[in-house]
Write a protein that binds this ligand. Sequence first.
Ligand SMILES: Cc1cc2nc3c(=O)[nH]c(=O)nc-3n(C[C@H](O)[C@H](O)[C@H](O)COP(=O)(O)OP(=O)(O)OC[C@H]3O[C@@H](n4cnc5c(N)ncnc54)[C@H](O)[C@@H]3O)c2cc1C
Length: 424
Amino acid sequence: MSHTRSYYANSITDIPEYPQLRDRIKCDVCIIGAGFSGLSSALHLCEAGYDVVVLEGCKVGFGATGRNGGQVVNSYSRDVDVIEKRYDSTTANTLCSMIFEGGDIIRDIIKRYDVDCDYKVGGVFAALNQKQLKGLQQHKRDWERFGNSQLELLDANELSRALGTTQYVGGLLDKRGGHIHPLKLALGEAKAIESLGGRIFEQSKVISMEKRHSPVVKTELGEVQARYVVIAGNAYLGQLAPKISNKAIPCGTQVIATEPLSASLLETILPSDYCVEDCNYLLDYFRLTADKRLLFGGGVVYGARDPQNIEALVRPKMEKVFPQLQGIKVDYTWTGNFLLTYSRMPQFGVHEDNFYYLQGYSGHGVTCSHLAGKLLTESLSGHSNRFNAFASLKHYAFPGGRHLQIPLTALGAAYYNIRDKLAV
Ligand SMILES: Cc1cc2nc3c(=O)[nH]c(=O)nc-3n(C[C@H](O)[C@H](O)[C@H](O)COP(=O)(O)OP(=O)(O)OC[C@H]3O[C@@H](n4cnc5c(N)ncnc54)[C@H](O)[C@@H]3O)c2cc1C
């Protein structure tokens, strides 16, 4: 299996090949899945001196990691206001104090391992109406309470100058946010893991896991015996561990990338080079690539069925934000799956002894998956209070059971979508 045809996979000429597992081997920690959750775990564990094996069913970055919008968006999919209402104060404080840490981890990796992944500074949360703008003002106050002083509110005029669109009534600029070429970052992390002695195997799908005196995972042609296993298959995990995958539902989201924009178009489109996500429940997200294409994502398909015509779905959203792009050629379209949880908080935990899992970032996983790997390493090294703040969160299945949970969730989203349109 190779990468999906995306701008990302097509913009790298020398994607490395890692071997397939064809032996029986041993290690300290065996990680299932080479997305950001698995790679961040592997990198942090290697740095801490663990002997690590990563098993990837397809290619490094094959899943959401190699297909996403590339937005280094800080925060989880639920924020301070909800977290403080829902959880006890110790848990809430611990969770909220980590909101911006994932982005710092990414910058640190880029710097220490000299990863060229087109990193650009600056991310904007853009409000389409006054209600959303009030929400952003509240976010700023909340985030500042946890020491984050890099946030700046922009009014409609300032935002229009920065983004080249008059769609928004205002926004919040996060100078610790930004954007990356996610597949280049994933490949850079894989290289760093190898440089520290970690072993990565591709085309090595895990088909079974069992607990003997220690965990054993099997692929079609090989077997790994480990002290710990980390399950990081996220929306691509399938039925390997139903107790874990049944805690959330896979959802698809679609992305298009235009042809490189002309110099005259570039004067009017994202002159700031910030990345942007709007504040709708079903949100749009966009940014420029290093070779000056507009990469625009939006929409959600609950249950992760692949839509027939991605361009027909996404182009109207893009042309609404940037009417000057009407009729522009779209060179790439693709879809990818993320994992949605009922609480919208990520799910980290221990499944039976020695089997850890990290998943369910609910659409905001670039930074949080990096945090996940760091917290897992802390936990295995005996400092588990930050990992446990996540692991203690209760997770409920979506209502409706196996047959109705997807239509019911889609119905709920349609309701919130209408509210967004009516700005109520
Ligand atoms: C189109 C799209 C746009 C997004 N945009 C953004 C964004 O701009 N910003 C943001 O913060 N978040 C974004 N997200 C979410 C973010 O990309 C994910 O949350 C994050 O990449 C999850 O990483 P992961 O490693 O947990 O999962 P994945 O990247 O999905 O990795 C899981 C890996 O596990 C492998 N695997 C599964 N089962 C097995 C098995 N049995 N054996 C071996 N390997 C297995 C898969 O092949 C896959 O490579 C987006 C998601 C999508 C789909």
